[in-house]
Design a protein around this ligand. Structure first.
Ligand SMILES: [Ca+2]
Ligand SMILES: [Ca+2]
Length: 233
């Protein structure tokens, strides 16, 4: 029994699409021949499947690489967003409460400036306004204690307390209701000391080296003292 193998298509063995033609001597066809033909065809079919598998693998690798690239881009995008978010938050923090201008001190939602020079009450208030604030308004004991801890103990400071129209009718310069805030007058104050020609219509923190918590005094508005400005943070 002779076998002749004729491969059509590309001559090299790398071809996966060739067909095998098997011829035998006439009358010699047998079961073995059929089995061999079937086996050879199966062999070629397997190589074709391998080729499809290779193509499939290529697609999978390309898909994985593409996914990796997308993931990398997403990471870069997230990093950029995080950086922008942090940068913007830093910018916004400059506008948030608690951030004060150079030379000003921060406490809760206010900023404070202690003057190093002296002037009259009305000029002090004017200077505070030009810097975006007003003379200190003491809203509560915590604020007073904070201010008491930062002032010079031997200095008097103008604060935003004034009798504008009526004796005994004290007001805060920012419109805060005086009756709604606690008072911390020093002993015997306000006395509107009659010795002063203009009376005593402006409030100040009384100097004291004995008291940790400063007290108030009414004084002649034309006298020159240091002052404390307050502004919203
Ligand atoms: Ca205040
Ligand atoms: Ca007084």
């Amino acid at each position: 029994m002779d076998y002749q193998f004729h491969q059509f298509g590309p001559p090299d063995n790398s071809s996966l699409s060739g067909e095998i033609k098997i011829t035998t001597q006439p009358g010699t066809t047998c079961t073995c021949q059929l089995i061999l033909i079937h086996a050879l065809r199966c062999c070629l079919k397997l190589r074709e499947q391998d080729c499809h598998c290779f193509e499939g693998m290529k697609r999978i690798v390309a898909f994985v690489l593409y996914g990796f690239l997308v993931l990398l881009l997403l990471i870069l995008l997230m990093n950029s967003l995080f950086f922008c978010h942090s940068h913007c938050m830093t910018c916004l923090n400059l506008l948030k409460p608690g951030i004060c201008k150079d030379g000003w001190m921060s406490f809760r939602e206010s900023c404070y400036l202690l003057s190093t020079t002296v002037t009259t009450w009305i000029k002090a208030q004017s200077l505070c306004i030009t810097q975006g604030g007003h003379l200190l308004v003491l809203n509560n004991v915590e604020e007073l204690d904070y201010i008491s801890s930062v002032v010079q103990i031997y200095s008097n400071y103008w604060i935003g307390l004034v009798e504008r129209h009526q004796e005994g009718h004290w007001t805060w310069v920012d419109g805060t209701d005086f009756a709604s805030t606690p008072t911390f007058w020093d002993e015997g104050q306000p006395d509107n000391w009659a010795f002063r020609e203009n009376g005593e219509d402006c409030g100040q923190l009384h100097a004291s080296d004995r008291r940790k918590r400063k007290r108030w005094n009414d004084a002649d508005c034309s006298l020159q003292y240091q002052y404390i400005c307050e502004s919203r943070a």
